[in-house]
Design a protein around this ligand. Structure first.
Ligand code: FHN
Length: 603
């Protein structure tokens, strides 16, 4: 809570002022906010412009939970570190004792920003208030904040100032779900008999709005208000739309993610059809398998190990190669990558994180042009990843094809030249099997991802190409390229899968071009919700059939791969594969089929 006043206003005037302020605040909170969702695609694109240019940001998950760091009363607590209050079932009366220990004496916001900037990150999203309800700034609305700690002063404004001084956008994460607020409904299940609790979501929304005003008016202008914790039933679509409009009314240019409302489709994170509020989708710990139409914005958020908030025993760090390839994969589908840092309680980043960000920054220094401001690959199917910007393609090579040729089937433009982006060394352009191709040497310029800059005449464009067997002998049959034969069958872009199997004669069909005859293992990739399992599936290629019984994958958006058997394809040329199935009577659908793969049987 804030400090005292030293002003000589007579008592009766102070009372009048207080009443007037209260009346104004009530009137302001009561007025219906303007409907900001109704903007043209062009207006939205203009507001999202910095976001799509940035492509890469730093997520910072920091709070009281960094003190226990995954341990409680001498026991390691499973799960993500910032959920320790929930996972260890810590009552608020005990958890709030951490306030007295929070003293990040080594916190250096300029250093944090320097690390983000050197990594090539263009925006920072920090947890202003996570689910535990503790606030990293000195909020007038509560004493459950950093002002009550030994550190005693605001952490967020110095970071915002440092970020903006360095040209980065400052953004705040704010959790709707709150495990401490006396009016939040429901009370946490593990702390049911908390004295003084009075569930009142209207009062809690007024609290949130007052805090959001503090953050936006006190530390803005902000890039993004990153909401989270929207999944509990007491948070409704109506409240989400109201909060979206309220935040936009405070700063119309601000971007708000889709977790302000109820439209997020699970961890896949994209927004379901309908009038849900939120400017972009938020896949979590995963990358969508495909790109999305223009005007659909999204950002994958991911941890570097397995936790968002710091845990002293979590050493499951992703490699630099994995992180760079994830950034490239995301950009090749037109998304942003929000990569998480969980600082320690003393205010420093774990060294493993600093090392990785430094290495990513070195790659970005030479290859960032192929990420910033680019849009998704123009190729429906390509072995490499690819981004595009103006009249240029950037082809990202993870592993060198055995043939030494990077082919670009379907490209309609003339290639004017190709070179390694990092070194400028020219590369030979040729045609291979009637497709433009680039020959690359044995030695690639980068151990993680090597980027080819391909200059073309005009704006890069492609024609659909038949499915052709890959250099490594595999044949990918993606759901997105299948012909659907059945009234209820449909391809869902969000999950990149086919569902709606109702009749036994429903069929999903692909044609493909085989270059190498031989024996092939048939693998399907599918999701099957618990309770829908037990269906029969068959894959037929001409007169050969492989079948299998479908097990559950755990949920309708968790996919797994299963081999059904082996098929012999005796000659090169055009083949057709057909998938049919029979769902159990009680099942909603047979499965959600992402695709089929033919894998050459090693000789
Ligand atoms: O419950 C949170 C979790 O702690 C973390 O903040 C992630 C990051 O996006 N969001 C929620 C889980 O979906």
């Amino acid at each position: 809570m804030n400090t005292s006043f030293h002003v000589s206003i007579p008592a009766h005037a102070r009372v009048a002022l207080f009443l007037l302020a209260g009346a104004l605040a009530t009137a302001r909170a009561a007025e219906p906010a303007r409907e900001f969702r109704k903007e043209s695609p062009a207006e939205r694109a203009a507001r999202m412009a910095w976001f799509t240019e940035a492509r890469f940001g730093m997520f910072i998950t920091w709070g009281l939970y960094a003190i226990p760091a995954g341990e409680w009363k001498g026991k390691e607590i499973p799960g993500i570190g910032e959920w320790i209050m929930n996972r260890a079932k810590i009552p608020l009366s005990e958890y709030r004792e951490l306030v007295k220990q929070f003293n990040p004496t080594r916190y250096d916001p300029q250093e944090w920003v320097r690390i983000a900037q050197r990594a090539g990150m263009r925006y920072i999203v920090i947890t202003s208030k996570h689910h535990d309800g503790f606030c990293l700034w000195d909020s007038k609305e509560t004493d459950y904040d950093v002002a009550s700690t030994p550190y005693g002063r605001d952490l967020l404004r110095p970071l915002a100032d440092a970020a903006r001084a360095a040209g980065l956008r400052m953004c705040f994460y704010y959790s709707i779900m709150d495990w401490q607020h006396p009016n939040y409904d429901p009370l946490p299940a593990w702390d049911k008999d908390r004295p003084g609790h009075r569930p009142d979501m209207d009062a809690y929304v007024r609290y949130m709005k007052a805090q959001l005003r503090e953050l936006i008016e006190g530390m803005g202008p902000l890039g993004i208000l990153w909401f989270d914790g929207e999944w509990e039933p007491t948070w409704t679509h109506e409240r989400g739309v109201d909060l979206y409009n309220y935040v936009r009314s405070l700063q119309p240019s601000i971007i708000v993610n889709n977790r302000v409302d109820k439209g997020r489709k699970g961890m896949a994170g994209m927004t379901a059809e309908g009038e849900f509020a939120g400017d972009y989708g938020t896949p979590e710990q995963e990358v969508p398998s495909r790109s999305f139409p223009e005007g659909v914005y999204w950002e994958s958020c991911m941890t570097m190990n397995d936790t968002w908030g710091y845990k002293k025993h979590d050493h499951n760090w992703k490699s630099v190669t994995q992180l760079i390839r994830t950034l490239v994969d995301i950009a090749s589908k037109g998304g942003n990558f929000l990569l998480n840092v969980g600082p320690k309680a003393d205010g420093t980043f774990p060294p493993e994180i600093v090392e990785r960000l430094e290495a990513i920054g070195q790659w970005m220094e030479k290859n960032g042009e192929s990420i910033y401001g680019t849009t998704a690959s123009p190729f429906a199917r390509l072995r490499q990843r690819c981004t595009k910007k103006n009249g240029r393609l950037y082809v990202h090579v993870f592993e060198r094809p055995a043939s030494g040729l990077v082919t670009l089937p379907g490209l309609t433009n003339t290639i004017r030249g190709a070179k390694w982006l990092a070194t400028g060394a020219a590369l030979e352009v040729l045609r291979h099997e009637d497709a433009p191709a680039i020959r690359i040497p044995e030695l690639l310029p980068d151990p993680h991802v090597s980027t080819i800059q391909v200059d073309v005449d005009g704006i890069p464009a492609t024609l659909p190409v038949p499915i052709i067997q890959d250099d490594d002998g595999s044949v990918e049959l993606p759901g997105s390229d299948a012909r659907l034969e059945g009234a209820s069958l449909r391809y869902d872009m969000l999950s990149d899968s086919i569902s709606g199997w109702a009749a036994t004669d429903d069929a999903v069909r692909w044609s493909f071009h085989l270059r190498k005859p031989g024996d092939y293992r048939i693998e399907i990739e599918y999701a099957c919700a618990k309770g829908d399992e037990g269906g029969d599936v068959q894959v037929t290629i001409v007169d050969q059939v492989v079948t299998g019984r479908l097990e559950t994958s755990g949920s309708s958006h968790r996919f797994h791969r299963r081999e059904l058997g082996t098929i012999r394809l005796t000659e090169p040329g055009e083949w057709t594969a057909v998938v049919r199935g029979r769902k159990p009577e009680t099942a909603k659908t047979l499965m959600h089929l992402r695709g089929v793969r033919l894998l050459p049987v090693a000789r």
